[in-house]
Write a protein that binds this ligand. Structure first.
Ligand SMILES: [Zn+2]
Length: 104
């Protein structure tokens, strides 16, 4: 019974994290990088992930800046640079933080 309850809690938490990231992304697209509420949504989603020990969400790993917690949207909040000979993309946030995403 406890295991079922824990699974249910985790599934609810995962749904909430996904919803929070979705809202944060839509707010960032419409209002830009300076939106504090979007950053707050990302922060809450990270808190839920650590509290319920959820596996790291793919969106959280690839589309959120670790330094300033803003959503990384190419063209509006981050710049994208290809490093073809090594096989990765550099996403540079407005705060200066860089993230490498390998595609090879
Ligand atoms: Zn940043």
């Amino acid at each position: 019974m406890i295991m079922k309850n824990e699974r249910l809690l985790k599934s609810i938490a995962q749904a909430r994290v996904a919803r929070l990231l979705e809202i944060a992304k839509s707010r960032t697209v419409t209002l830009g990088a300076s939106d504090r509420l979007a950053k707050r949504y990302v922060s809450i989603a990270q808190d839920i992930t650590t509290h319920y020990r959820l596996p790291a969400d793919r969106t959280m790993k690839t589309q959120v800046c670790k330094a300033c917690k803003s959503m990384l949207i190419p063209g509006s909040t981050c710049s994208v640079r290809l490093v073809g000979h090594v096989g990765y993309v550099v996403l540079r946030c407005r705060c200066g933080e860089e993230r490498r995403v390998f595609y090879k």
